[in-house]
Design a protein around this ligand. Sequence first.
Ligand code: NAD
Length: 170
Amino acid sequence: MALRGFYIGRFQPYHYGHHSVIENIAREVDEIIIAIGSAQISHTIDNPFTAGERLLMVAKSVENIDAEIYIVPLEDIYRNDLWVSHVKSMVPPFRVVYSNNPLVMRLFREEGYDVKTCPLYKREKYSGTEIRKRMLEDQEWKSLVPPPVVDVIEEIDGVARLKEISRDDK
Ligand code: NAD
């Protein structure tokens, strides 16, 4: 039976920190479920990209990963005590969870899952917050994400979107 691992992120945007986690998970399991969290949110300063755009970023970046990969967009439910059941109902069955997010780790552990932490990869630099900040300030950000993510963000004019939604109306 294939060993399947679960990894969730918002991927706003997908970056090399996420990618190093996926590379590590691929060494331990046969199949990886990557859930695109907060799938219902887009066009905000913290969550500028849609679920479909994030799905493209991830799918194109993991093409060379040596594992079967399933990518599933997942909406939030705002009921933390029911969230793990929600996840289970929406994605293929899995035995092990990979996360560094304290809430995600806590909720899965309370439901009896084997939860593993992932080594942090230069977190101060490889972080969605840092990348969105650099985009807003016209600083260099492209080296922090895999090349296919740059292509997707350019295709959708993502930096202009982020700048536009961060303005106020004065
Ligand atoms: P994220 O994209 O910020 O991070 C995803 C994962 O990658 C996290 O485990 C994070 O610690 C890790 N990571 C980030 N940078 C890294 C680096 N440089 N090196 C190594 N690891 C790194 O996404 P997130 O916010 O953690 O995603 C959790 C999702 O789960 C959210 O969408 C959240 O809404 C959802 N959630 C929903 C509920 C609910 O609906 N009730 C409950 C819990 C979680």
